[in-house]
Ligand binder design. Structure first.
Ligand SMILES: Cc1cc2nc3c(=O)[nH]c(=O)nc-3n(C[C@H](O)[C@H](O)[C@H](O)COP(=O)(O)OP(=O)(O)OC[C@H]3O[C@@H](n4cnc5c(N)ncnc54)[C@H](O)[C@@H]3O)c2cc1C
Length: 546
């Protein structure tokens, strides 16, 4: 075994669970289906797969460490009496700014009611008024259609119910602290993954089909609402294996994350503005009407850029803008947003009585590993669903509360499709030689590289972009690439994945010489429908628009 001393991170912090390195040869095992990720997409897919065979679900930390767990506002579905599926579709297409895959968007909204009913049947407790489900409103939705649970803990409740259902299915085993490092391909087909377990042992798992449900990549940015697991591992692994990735220039920045020293960038849900919260600048003026007729309920990218503009126009040293709920009913706010209320109070901010300092933060990746409507990627045997996937469903910008839904709908569809793969025999399980990285000293300054990367992505590939800044970002990412290309520990693998994902975002953003949805270029401020009403597709060194 490698010495613990050599595993210390910069600054002498001890390794995390499973951060050790084993010199043992890589053992291998097999299962029928492998699902990497235990958020909404992975768990939903596993449930669909269970009737067809053995399913292993891997999570790189605990099951509760996922974006799903953090989702507050809710999940969208045209279920109320005043709503229609066609309206949900239209709102989704409008938010996508001309770039949604209309077929994917149609599938999303049409499958939504059935998926939600199933969730309810499995025990999900959505908030109700008496026996009737209650529907909230969020930005760019034309109807009240957002289901929520325990006020603002929707994702946590959905994940609880899905996990409870998974536990009733003996075919599914969920393994925590199993960090998947690379995909294994044999004869052009993905047949499994390499993993590091919680004891630092390397092994490989082979399966008939592999699903990437690894979530997003918010950790690319200095300010993000995403949990620490969101390091773009699935996208980086798929890209290294030769899969196509798509639409990665489209990163959604949430306009309102708590901005306090020593506090995480805790999300202050859009639903707060849906309930009537105002945005105010340092002069206490409501400023959103200057930027968009829908004011505080304008699309997220518009609100995020408006806030950046207000921040940059301010002469203050460390400027913020404020979310103001002081005019709203105090009891209602506490009851409707208990988690937000208590989290802010923990940081000494009473949201019902004071202005809340906020700034934008990276929130959601619209693009991902390119898939069809059944989760199939461009590599045989490999599937993707949820935030790691790029179905084109969100186009250039995601409509609020459509992503939990995406995980459910496309997780279920991918699971259904993967069952067919069982017809292909499970690949012969051969003992793999130990991976090149399985032993040796830790030489990569992972933590320093990640901080440098997050800083440069925020400045040069963030909310407002220029060709010059993106070229600088690419040059610096290339340099970081030379430092993180031979990973040993989990954190070093994450550093390499972030470097690859960052490069994919920056290259796609540089190639898209227009502004659309969440991608805003000062040097190309308008749409260019002729050249760019198309999806970016990246594979290896090549990028194309189609
Ligand atoms: C603060 C916050 C609030 C949000 N609010 C909403 C909302 O109100 N409504 C909405 O629709 N959406 C919301 N979203 C977005 C939504 O939560 C996510 O897009 C969605 O939950 C993603 O689900 P997923 O299953 O794709 O990934 P996740 O839920 O992030 O799960 C990813 C899983 O992959 C695992 N994993 C990652 N890498 C590896 C690896 N290398 N090896 C093994 N396992 C790995 C992780 O451990 C985890 O289990 C919010 C997101 C955040 C961060």
């Amino acid at each position: 075994m490698a010495e613990w001393r050599s595993l210390l991170r910069p600054g002498g912090t001890p390794p995390v669970r499973g951060d050790t390195i084993s010199a043992m040869p890589a053992a291998s095992s097999e299962t029928d289906f492998l699902v990497i990720g235990a958020g909404v997409a992975g768990l939903r897919a596993a449930i669909e797969l269970a009737p067809a065979g053995r399913v292993q679900v891997l999570a790189k930390r605990e099951v509760k460490d996922s974006s799903t767990q953090f989702a507050q506002g809710g999940i969208a579905a045209a279920l109320s009496d005043e709503d229609e599926i066609s309206l949900h579709l239209q709102d989704t297409l409008n938010a996508g700014d001309g770039l949604c895959n209309p077929e994917a968007a149609r599938v999303l909204v049409e499958d939504a009611p059935e998926q939600i009913e199933e969730l309810v049947a499995w025990g999900t407790q959505f908030d109700r008024d008496g026996t009737k489900l209650t529907f909230g409103r969020e930005g760019a939705h034309s109807r009240n259609r957002i289901l929520h649970a325990h006020g603002d803990s929707t994702g946590r409740e959905i994940q609880r119910a899905l996990y409870a259902k998974v536990k009733t299915l003996p075919e599914i085993s969920v393994r925590e602290f199993e960090f998947s490092t690379d995909l294994i391909s044999e004869d052009g087909r993905i047949t499994g993954v390499r993993v590091i377990d919680e004891h630092g042992q390397h092994s490989s798992i082979h399966a008939s089909a592999v699903l990437l449900a690894t979530g997003g990549m918010g950790q690319l940015y200095l300010n993000t609402t995403n949990p620490s697991v969101a390091t773009g591992d699935g996208v980086a692994m798929a890209y290294r294996a030769g899969a196509e990735v798509t639409d990665l220039e489209f990163i959604q920045f949430h306009p309102t994350a708590l901005y306090l020293k020593k506090a995480p960038r805790f999300l202050l849900s859009e639903a707060l503005r849906g309930e009537g919260a105002y945005l105010r600048n340092l002069e206490m003026s409501r400023f959103m009407a200057k930027y968009h007729p829908m004011a505080e309920l304008a699309p997220r990218d518009v609100v995020a850029r408006a806030i950046m503009h207000e921040l940059e126009s301010s002469r203050a040293k460390d400027p913020v803008v404020y979310l103001d709920m002081t005019h709203l009913d105090e009891v209602h706010i506490r009851r409707r947003f208990p988690r937000i209320y208590s989290t802010c109070l923990h940081y000494n901010v009473d949201i019902t009585a004071e202005l809340v300092p906020i700034r934008p933060a990276a929130h959601y990746a619209m693009g991902g590993v390119r898939t069809d409507l059944d989760g199939r990627t461009t590599l045989s045997g490999l599937y993707a669903a949820g935030e790691a996937a790029g179905t084109g469903v969100h186009g250039a910008n995601r409509l609020a509360s459509n992503s939990l839904l995406e995980g459910l709908v496309f997780g279920a569809r991918a699971g259904k499709k993967m069952r067919d793969e069982l017809k292909a025999p499970v690949q012969k399980v051969s003992e793999l030689p130990p991976a090149a990285y399985s032993n040796g000293p830790v030489s990569v300054p992972a933590e320093a590289s990640v901080s440098e990367l997050q800083d440069l992505m925020w400045k040069d590939a963030g909310i407002v972009r220029t060709g010059k800044g993106l070229k600088q970002a690419i040059a610096r990412l290339e340099d970081i690439g030379t430092r993180v290309s031979r990973p040993h520990s989990r954190r070093e693998f994450e550093a390499r994945n972030l470097q690859i994902a960052g490069m994919l975002v920056a290259r796609s953003a540089l190639a898209r010489e227009e502004s659309r949805g969440a991608h805003y270029r000062i040097d190309f401020p308008d749409h260019d429908d002729v050249k760019f009403r198309k999806h970016s597709v990246l594979r290896g060194e090549k990028i194309r628009f189609e």
